[in-house]
Design a protein around this ligand. Structure first.
Ligand code: PEP
Ligand code: MN
Length: 348
């Protein structure tokens, strides 16, 4: 059930409604918007008549939620969710671009690409330290050493650090170094991991599973939010279809669908979505045009030598050109992409 308080409801009235609902057996998730407070009520099994709640003092309306996700649903925060992570804001007027290598491979590799993407206007630096590889014999990542490098590069170039957490045992380590914890496609339904991420208070980048429906993606977000962590960024990264030309099929229609169903921001990953460098710029442009709240892309200074996902990694010059195009497209949809920065170029 969702309970919308009147704009003029006092704190005492809100508290008394919360107490009443807790007594009925609900877990209450409070969303304090600019205009009014919304209470997301989950968990009670008894059949409650919403009219009994609507007559409580300070309540504007109460309604049952028919969708299985209550907190991820649009009605919990009709105005949308804005998430801040380091120097990056997502869900507002600016569309942050997150870029970097698939895997952190060495200090030289990471800093070289960080400088280039920072100068081009990226707000976030991505880089895997723990890699979910299809083969156990492929490069598995640098681990904590990689996370330290990512933190250092992000502090130096003023970017938010984004890296994948593969298991709940890695969470304390990740918290020391990253601003956004990524849940990979293969872990979208790792419910133990999602529950643990609900207990922390840092933004989560939740990637859509390879064969997951949009509803399943929102239900996975609900797992995190049910623990009280409402800072979930969704990511469309391509799903598996009968098409084999591209690595996955980037389902950009998920962007307007999610915007209708949910208040959570959604970004696109055209790198994993296509698997081919030449297909990344057109799909990144399309993602911004479709209203995406951000784009995450793989960039590498020497992709032929990359330890993972070289074929889908952009060259830095390609990325810089693409950023200029994204700025133009963002303007057409009343958004903006951060400008290029001069500081990195001067340090070269
Ligand atoms: C990645 O971001 O490098 C990655 C492994 O992504 P996904 O989980 O979408 O495959
Ligand atoms: Mn990758």
């Amino acid at each position: 059930m969702i309970v919308v308080m009147q704009p003029e409801a006092s704190e005492a009235q809100i508290q008394s409604v919360i107490d009443h609902l807790v007594n009925l057996g609900f877990d209450i998730h409070r969303s304090t918007g600019v205009e009014r407070t919304v209470l997301g009520c989950v968990g009670a099994t008894a059949n409650i008549d919403v009219r009994d709640v609507e007559v409580l003092e300070g309540v504007a309306e109460a309604h049952r939620i028919s969708s299985p996700y209550k907190l991820a649903g649009r009605s919990f925060r009709p105005e949308g969710t804005i998430i801040k992570a380091g120097p990056l804001t997502i869900g507002g007027d600016e569309i942050p671009i997150i870029a970097g290598p698939c895997s952190i491979e060495s200090r030289e590799q990471l800093f070289a690409v960080a400088e280039q993407v920072a100068a081009a206007g990226a707000r976030g630096l991505r880089g895997g330290a723990f890699k979910p590889r299809s083969s156990p014999y492929s490069f598995q990542g640098m681990g904590e050493e990689g996370l330290k490098l990512l933190r250092e590069a992000c502090d130096h170039y003023e970017m938010a650090a984004v890296s994948e957490v593969m298991s709940e045992t890695q969470i304390p380590l990740m918290l020391q170094y990253v601003d956004i914890l990524q849940v990979g496609a293969r872990n979208m339904q790792n419910f133990n991991l999602l529950r643990e991420l609900g207990k922390i208070r840092k933004p989560i980048l939740l990637k859509r599973g390879i064969a997951a429906t949009i509803e399943e993606l929102l239900l996975s977000a609900e797992y995190i939010m049910a623990g009280g962590n409402y800072e979930v960024i969704l990511c469309e990264r391509g799903i598996r279809t009968f098409e084999t030309y591209t690595r996955n099929t980037l389902d950009l229609s998920a962007i307007p669908v999610v915007h209708k169903l949910s208040h959570l921001p959604i970004i696109a990953d055209p790198s994993h979505g296509t698997g081919r460098r030449d297909k990344v710029p057109p799909m990144a442009r399309a993602a911004v045009a479709a209203g995406g709240d951000g784009v995450i892309m793989e960039v590498h200074c020497n992709p032929e030598k990359a330890l993972s996902d070289g074929a889908q990694s952009l060259y830095p010059q390609q990325f810089t050109k693409l950023m200029e195009e994204l700025r133009l497209i963002a303007t057409a949809v009343n958004k903006r992409v951060a400008p290029a920065r001069a500081f990195a170029a001067q340090q070269r």
